[in-house]
Write a protein that binds this ligand. Structure first.
Ligand code: ATP
Ligand code: MG
Length: 419
């Protein structure tokens, strides 16, 4: 029997991996420029952490977690998201106590869902968490930063910011009760999930993809009327900030987010280019989360973006770098010299991609490989070059002829060819 990858688990072949790397390095560089510091977090955490922080009644905890008992009988879960672990780590190391933190993380998350394009069981996220800042200014800065990130990735025109406020706990509760009053008499028109959510997490009904449920939504009470004054002011201030910074958005009162812990600001960046897997980034404020985990209360806000979906959006835009800039073609006897020359070239110019031919192969087949590598230029080293202390430099993409020069003049010649 052939062993294949598990359902929903992707192999990222080099072309695809290059896109992920591009996204991660671009986003990482931009996060640096806003004062964020990267934090590394375990993939495996106590199951209890997610049940408690993400919420027992959420789809993620109820249906999507990879949970098992480890060899010592501890109940553990492969992280389905990054916030819970980040808050746990921040608390454990005293990072939230009386201080401001801007943290980010990157890496795989695991959710047992129905795999389809843009939805996998292992997927990559980059997320950030900010602690200790309660005002709308940090919410605005985050959205401004994301706006810049999309520009840097070249997807500004493909994404839209949808924004909402959930109000504070009491408002959320009043609204939740109103939804129960509205949906209960119509529960036969909901699907099974909807009826379950009516008891466990009524706000999530607004997110439903079920047609019968969606038909009931236009007449359902809207959150807006329930939001308290303080949260309203926070939201108005955020919107003013965004207007001033010229970050476009629409207010969408149906954005409630899937995880239990949000309050006040919530947002999603969505795209029409990926069918129904349209959310590329989601986040918001969760001011009670730190306290929920036993810490002294600290306001918090953050987001997570899905790299797999961003990578799909970049597939036709991003040109991965060639395998090589310089390809070294050599005769078998000149192989040690070829390796030495390659090292010199890597010392000469940082980041230069130098590939040497290894193994057997006539010049003709080596040149085919040089061509396929995308290299601009080949450096040829044969027996005669060794004896004369020279190399032959052959441009692969233009009309110019090859030239044999002293090894000490190689760099100058290459500099011309690589322009
Ligand atoms: P969705 O509504 O698409 O299921 P979500 O609300 O569950 O998304 P979040 O928990 O907010 O997603 O995660 C943040 C981002 O991570 C999403 O916007 C998406 O880009 C990405 N993401 C979430 N689940 C998956 C998945 N199974 N496969 C690929 N990317 C995902
Ligand atoms: Mg989901």
């Amino acid at each position: 029997m052939k062993v294949k990858a598990l359902r929903g688990m992707q192999d990222l072949l080099p072309e695809k991996q290059a896109i992920f790397r591009h996204i991660t390095s671009r986003v990482g560089e931009l996060l640096d420029t806003y004062g964020y510091r990267q934090i590394g977090l375990p993939l495996l955490e106590s199951t209890h952490l997610f049940a408690r922080l993400v919420g027992d009644s959420t789809e993620v905890v109820q249906k999507q977690m990879y949970t098992f008992e480890d060899k010592s009988g501890d109940n553990v879960t492969l992280r389905p998201e990054g916030t819970a672990g980040c808050v746990r780590a921040a608390l454990e190391h005293g990072l939230t106590f009386n201080q401001v933190q801007r943290l980010w993380y990157a890496g795989p998350m695991f959710r047992y869902e129905r795999p389809q394009k843009g939805r996998y069981r292992q997927f990559e996220q980059i997320g950030c968490e900010c602690f200790g800042m309660a005002g709308p200014d940090i919410d605005a800065e985050i959205l401004l930063m994301l706006h810049r990130i999309w520009a840097s990735l070249g997807v500004t025109d493909d994404v839209n910011l949808e924004l909402n406020t959930l109000g504070d706990t009491a408002a959320r509760k009043r609204y939740s009760d109103a939804l129960v009053d509205y949906f209960s008499p119509k529960s036969d028109q909901l699907d099974e999930d909807g009826r379950r959510l009516l008891k466990t997490n009524p706000l999530r009904i607004l997110d439903s993809k079920h047609e019968g449920t969606k038909a009931l939504l236009p007449d359902a009470p809207t959150l807006t009327t329930f939001v308290d004054d303080e949260a309203r002011t926070h939201f108005d201030e955020l919107r003013r900030n965004l207007d001033q910074m010229q970050v476009p958005y629409v207010v969408n009162p149906r954005i409630v987010r899937g995880l239990d812990y949000y309050n006040r600001t919530v947002f999603e960046w969505t795209t029409d280019t990926l069918g129904s897997q349209g959310t590329v980034c989601g986040g918001g404020r969760y001011d009670r989360l730190v306290e929920e985990l036993g810490g002294r209360s600290a306001p918090a806000v953050g987001f997570a973006m899905g790299l797999d979906r961003l990578a799909l959006m970049l597939e036709n835009k991003f040109v991965p770098p060639a395998e090589a800039d310089v390809f070294i073609v050599s005769e078998q006897v000149a192989r040690p010299q070829a390796l030495v020359v390659a090292e010199k070239l890597r010392n000469w110019r940082t980041g230069l991609r130098v590939v040497t031919h290894c193994g057997d192969g006539k010049f003709k087949s080596q040149f085919k490989k040089a061509d396929a590598s995308g290299a601009q230029v080949a450096v040829i080293i044969g027996e005669s070059e060794i004896q004369a202390g020279t190399v032959t430099v052959k441009p692969l993409r233009g009309q110019s002829d090859q030239q044999t020069v002293n090894e000490s003049d190689m760099a100058d010649l290459l500099a011309q060819c690589l322009e």
